[in-house]
Design a binder for this molecule. Structure first.
Ligand code: NAD
Ligand code: DAU
Length: 359
């Protein structure tokens, strides 16, 4: 039985990954989830699996060496799946330090503790161990409109404090692989969407605002392009890279699904219109009149687009969920989980929202 140490498993992608893994492997794996529960971490995301015998939650900080090394000493960890990070670009523009702390120093602690646990006397590493570092396409910078893709060998050119901190963490992983032959892979994925995404990010923010009849704040001219991937397809890619990825390699993950932000907002409005019952009073609120162009994000990257050729050819990964289906699944999930949305938008969220959008 393999033991996975998942960091940041109470966040959006981490919790989807944990669900994906238990659905696929059931009792044949063990997962330890290390999460400090920042504003983005939410144990409600894991309610249905929290009592499994093969699941353990540890509330702790990846920057805390003692906690992390204790987990390695007390458990024979086979795989680390490292999601834990500060993940929101706008927050990084307002408060960069915590991004360096968590994303760079936290990754250094995770790498050191895994190295200490897995390294043998002759400097080689125990068979079958792997550190999967979950990273982002934003490390590659920005592409011109309608021209070019991010490949694994595209030079790094991060622009925001978030992407700079993720780029630094990738470099640390690369340094461990080059210096120690530390067994790792890096995945650089495009924008995810789906259940459990915190409503500071474009898609859940627009769904939540539209359903409350609030303005839909589109940055700049709304023509920035992102490459959207349904989160379960990302979870599947990570599982496949753990099992089939060649050690020391980087794999780009994306589904060739580029859309301008304004297209996304229009699709959300149209899908909500189709999904809401005629008798639902919110139907009258959800109109394109809610779209409001607001001040652009500082240093706003124009376009991201992943070339997923390597992961497709070497590993056989393909995305399964088309955007038109994924967005329906996502909206249905938010309808079925209105309490989840209410809980995460109470308290500090309102303060964040008012500061960010100057309401
Ligand atoms: P998220 O913000 O939803 O979740 C992050 C999780 O990490 C939270 O549960 C939080 O509590 C936890 N965490 C933060 N600091 C921690 C610390 N010091 N110690 C322990 N836990 C801590 O993020 P997400 O969107 O799920 O992203 C997960 C990972 O995937 C990140 O590394 C991100 O860079 C990467 N990624 C995200 C996307 C995307 O579209 N969301 C795309 C590509 C890559
Ligand atoms: O590309 C992968 C990255 O995708 C991940 O590494 C990040 O963790 C994740 O947050 C995401 O970053 P983005 O900045 O692309 O995502 P966000 O949802 O914040 O914004 C998507 C686009 O929508 C971006 O061009 C900014 C725009 N936007 C966003 C918000 C929140 C708006 O126009 N209005 C908004 O209110």
């Amino acid at each position: 039985m393999k033991t996975y140490l998942v960091t940041g498993g109470a966040g959006f992608i981490g919790s989807n990954f944990i669900h994906y893994m238990f659905n696929k492997y059931g009792d044949d794996i063990r997962i330890i989830n290390l999460d400090v529960l920042t504003y983005a971490g939410n144990l409600e995301n894991l309610k249905d699996i929290e009592n499994r015998d093969n699941y353990t939650f540890v509330k702790g900080d990846i920057c805390d060496k003692e906690t992390v090394s204790r987990i390695f000493t007390e458990n024979d960890i086979d795989y680390v799946v490292h999601f834990a990070a500060e993940s929101h670009v706008d927050r990084s523009i307002k408060n960069p330090e915590v991004f360096v702390q968590t994303n760079v120093l936290g990754t250094a602690v995770m790498l050191n503790c895994a190295k200490a646990a897995w390294e043998q006397e002759d400097g080689s590493f125990k068979e079958g161990k792997k550190f999967l570092h979950v990273s982002t396409d934003e490390v590659y910078g920005s592409l011109p409109e309608g021209n070019g893709y991010f490949y694994e060998d595209t030079p790094y050119s991060p622009h925001s404090p978030y992407s700079a901190s993720k780029a630094s963490s990738d470099m640390l992983v690369k340094a461990y692989m080059d210096t120690y032959k530390f067994p790792a892979n890096i995945t650089n994925c495009s924008n995810n969407y789906g259940p459990y995404q915190f409503p500071e990010k474009l898609i859940p923010l627009m769904i939540n605002n539209a359903l409350s009849g609030k303005k839909l704040p589109v940055y700049g001219d709304g023509k920035n392009v992102r490459d959207w991937l349904y989160v379960a397809d990302h979870a599947k890619a990570i599982d496949m890279v753990i099992n089939k990825g060649r050690l020391f390699e980087t794999y780009n993950v994306g589904g060739h699904n580029e859309k301008q932000n304004i297209e996304i907002v229009n699709i959300i409005i149209e899908t909500l219109q189709e999904t809401l019952d005629d008798s639902d009073s919110r139907k009258a609120l959800v109109t394109k009149d809610l779209i409001t162009y607001v001040e652009d994000r500082k240093g706003h990257d124009r376009r991201y687009a992943i070339a997923p050729d390597k992961i497709r050819k070497e590993i056989g990964w393909e995305p399964e969920t088309m955007f038109k289906d994924g967005i329906k699944l996502t909206i249905k999930w938010y309808f079925a989980h209105e309490d989840w949305m209410k809980n995460v938008t109470s308290g500090d969220y309102q303060k964040y929202y008012n500061d960010m959008y100057k309401v």
